[in-house]
Design a protein around this ligand. Sequence first.
Ligand code: P6P
Length: 335
Amino acid sequence: MKNKPSTLGEFIIENQNQFRYSEGELSRLLNSIKLAAKVVNHEVNKAGLVDILGSAGETNVQGETQQKLDVYANEVFMRTLKDRHIVCGVASEEEDDFVAINKDDGGNDHKYVVLMDPLDGSSNIDVNVSVGTIFSIFRRISPVGSLATKEDFLQKGRNQVAAGYVVYGTSTMLVYTTGYGVNGFTLNPALGTWYLSHPDMKFPSMGKIYSINEGNYVHFPKGVKKYIKYCQEEKDDRPYTSRYIGSLVSDFHRNMIKGGIYIYPITTASPNGKLRLLYECNPMAFLAEQAGGKASDGYQPILDIEPSELHQRVPFFVGSAEMVTKAESFMKKYS
Ligand code: P6P
């Protein structure tokens, strides 16, 4: 009986033969993300101790005040991915445009691009609530040997070769998929080793938790309002429980373990929704589907949406398949 791999490093090696066309580059890429996540985790865990809190005073392309930890996390992931000569390009929530890694930096010869939200939920940093890193990996479309192009990044989510998140919570976990299921690894900070703590993670098909910022209720589409009232109705297995951390990675992670649905719909303030398709919704949708869950914009699968721009936003319904299907039925009926 083959021993089950117990660390992330062993798991990546054990499973690299699953990656088509891979000469180990994807494994090296996942290992670099593993390393960068450890470095960011170290800073996140001591954020309250050093003068790293508070905004860096600048605003990112989203118009959001950049917390110093946002800036730091972006620099760590960008530097790790660039310096280890693994990818031909990187896109980040914290960067106005994608970064093509040029020939001098050994970028052209590599076949993967990474898109990421280096520190999602950063507004929670100052109040000691968990935050996360989200990443999405594609094979490039442009020819190897050339500079990465925008088309390499504007691919449908269905084309992803890997995706995952790090949740910096009561413990730090890295959860990812390469298209063969979802596995969760917990960091032992004393050893700097990630251990396979949640093998083959699955979304329960049904749950009793709904996650949405009900403070925006008056601005929601009618279908969302009707679905919220459905969740609150005293009938069958309802009312459901409302849980909203304000950190996508944390709400998603809890719902995947316990069953539940997370919704960020359009509102008057966010007419296209708030979450970004390429480096938040696509990777989380890939994970959701790989874990037997479902992810849509209320009408169509997130993974089938044809991107038009790097930082585009979409409405997001993700979680237990039966709950997402139910929410979609309200969207269809009332919107
Ligand atoms: P609101 C964090 O900024 C984020 O992108 C997600 O992690 C989170 O679920 C959502 O926005 C929170 O947004 O408008 O409810 O504060």
